[in-house]
Ligand binder design. Structure first.
Ligand SMILES: [Zn+2]
Length: 69
């Protein structure tokens, strides 16, 4: 008899209060960021293949917009 004691608690991407994830999708792998309200100097990032880059100033995430058909 198997005692399956795993408790699946709902943690599907749940974040602590006050943290709002901002993701911007780009068609190119070159992105620039000045913050949501232009509140930091303009910086450029390159999105790695199949990945994402996080702005070091404001934590906005940039991902490539996938256009699979
Ligand atoms: Zn930023």
């Amino acid at each position: 008899m198997t005692n399956n004691a795993w408790q699946l608690t709902g943690d599907h991407g749940k974040r602590p209060d006050g943290y709002e994830e901002v993701i911007i999708y780009s068609k190119t792998n070159r992105v620039s960021c000045m913050g949501e309200h232009m509140d930091h100097p303009k910086v450029y990032y390159t999105i790695p293949d199949g990945g994402e880059v996080v702005c070091g100033y404001c934590d906005i995430k940039f991902r490539m917009k996938e256009e699979d058909e």
